[in-house]
Design a protein around this ligand. Structure first.
Ligand code: HAX
Length: 437
């Protein structure tokens, strides 16, 4: 058994005992009052999930195992001193709660490179059976499901396995799945946008660097950006749609492939991960309609107001939890200012940032008028030549695997049961609050 699995057992077993005791001895204690508004607006703020990988503060933004993004940029191992942290290190941190050594990160990099080599051929046949113009998220998710033929969890479950060991084949499946996603994502990218001219994995490269390489981008800065992108999109607590969907489906002991696929179906929604490409769609439509490459703030203001007047959302703005500018937006803006100070798209993103919040505030209903991670990520990728924006949600999905699948391993370590909240009909709620016609 490798040292990471050994560590997981050491820290996971006592935690599972704690969860059992909490349920048995403290299970009847109330922890929070829930009001009707919370239930009818998407369970906002209802504490009902157990997640250790990251925590989202409305004002401050995300912390991964207690560390902010700038702290992790300092503390996690990197390829170059002035580079971005390797996402392998973030995975280790989320999994174990401890900062990794360079050796830990190298170990994971090597594991993922090896596990990425032997994707069964039927997975590519399945992708190839889809029309090329099928959205990349359809191709990505189909491939994820096709890979579930490899699930160790199902085999081990059927062979008869002690519940307390469920985490082990889950871990193996998670490691295989994460390892293979960059190959799948870049295969889809090259299939759809680069005439099926595929590029082989380079086992000497790190996980995110390999993704850039297999997509066809060898520049040091693109690899650096990909490492940053893979880190900041990895996790956002347990209640966001992709994390919660992965957890919910996983609670039925569905294997990691089924569970992650559920999460990816959620990520493909325009209010969640698909927002990153919708931002680009919105920007390009604006430039076409205004007829200028460099519109003024007044022109952007008018276009944003028009979007709202048609009953549409402004993508890249707002958040279900955050109440300030998303630090994932800020860190990308800083990256852009450092490496791409003159990029027109980044300048445009800044102009949009100058005008959109006040317009959203003026509606009187938007709870968070500030930009989220998606407001800039596409402009950054586009500025490096990755302009084919339908692939952006797939890239988000590759990164999101790190967090939601670590959460799945922890669900198994904690021994969490099947999830089954209670639902009621409208009359029940009306009755409960003495609703008067
Ligand atoms: N543009 C226009 N209207 C917006 C808005 C925006 N960017 N953000 C919120 N609103 C509206 C809501 O649609 C809602 O309107 P109604 O009352 O008429 O239904 C009202 O303001 C209150 O919504 P809220 O409480 O502020 O926001 P929610 O928690 O319901 O929704 C969303 C959060 C992120 C879905 C929302 O802000 C939104 O639609 N933003 C645009 C899409 C987007 O960028 N999504 C990505 C979010 C980050 C993420 O998950 N990335 O993957």
């Amino acid at each position: 058994m490798d040292h990471i699995k050994q560590k997981i057992i050491e820290i996971g077993r006592p935690k599972s005992e704690t969860v059992k005791r909490l349920i048995k001895e403290y299970g009847d204690q109330p922890i929070q009052e829930v009001n009707l508004g919370q239930v009818l607006t998407g369970m906002k703020g209802v504490v009902s999930l157990l997640t250790c990988t990251s925590k989202l503060d409305p004002e401050e933004g995300i912390r991964f195992r207690g560390y902010t993004i700038p702290q992790l940029q300092e503390l996690l191992p990197k390829m170059q001193v002035d580079g971005e942290p390797l996402p392998e290190g973030l995975f280790y941190l989320m999994l174990t709660g401890e900062l990794p050594t360079k050796d830990d990160v190298n170990f994971i990099s090597n594991q993922w490179a090896q596990r990425a080599m032997n994707i069964p051929p039927h997975v590519f046949d399945v992708i190839n059976a889809l029309p090329k113009d099928a959205h990349p998220m359809i191709q990505f998710n189909t491939a994820i499901l096709a890979m579930s033929t490899e699930s160790q969890f199902r085999k081990a479950y059927l062979a008869g396995m002690d519940k307390k060991d469920y985490w082990d084949p889950t871990y193996e499946g998670v490691m295989d799945l994460i390892a293979r996603l960059p190959v799948i994502a870049s295969y889809i990218y090259r299939r759809v946008f680069h005439n099926e001219k595929y590029i082989e994995l380079d086992p000497a490269l790190d996980w995110a660097g390999n993704l850039a390489h297999m997509m066809g981008y060898e520049e040091v800065e693109v690899k650096r950006l990909m490492r940053l992108y893979m880190m900041i999109h990895a996790d956002h607590e347990g209640g966001n749609v992709s994390a919660h969907a992965t957890h919910l489906v996983g609670s039925a002991l569905s294997n990691p492939y089924y569970s992650f696929s559920a999460g990816m179906n959620g990520l493909a929604g325009p209010l969640h991960g698909m927002a990153n490409q919708n931002v680009m769609h919105w920007i390009h439509k604006m430039l076409r309609e205004i007829g200028e490459e460099n519109p003024s703030e007044d022109q952007i203001r008018e276009y944003a107001k028009e979007t709202l007047s048609k009953g549409q959302v402004i993508p890249g703005y707002g958040h279900a939890v955050l109440r300030k500018t998303d630090p994932r937006f800020t860190v990308q803006l800083e990256f852009a200012k450092k490496y791409l100070p003159d990029a027109p798209l980044i300048q445009l993103v800044e102009k949009i940032y100058n005008v959109v919040p006040e317009i959203l505030l003026a509606t009187g209903k938007v709870k968070n008028p500030w930009p989220n991670v998606d407001a800039i990520s596409g402009s950054l990728l586009s500025s490096y030549g990755i302009t084919e924006y339908p692939i952006y949600t797939v890239l988000f999905g590759v990164s999101r695997a790190l967090g939601v699948l670590t959460q799945l391993i922890w669900d198994r370590l904690y021994g969490l049961p099947i999830e089954r909240p209670k639902s009621q009909n409208l009359a029940w709620y009306m009755n409960k609050v003495n609703y008067q016609e």
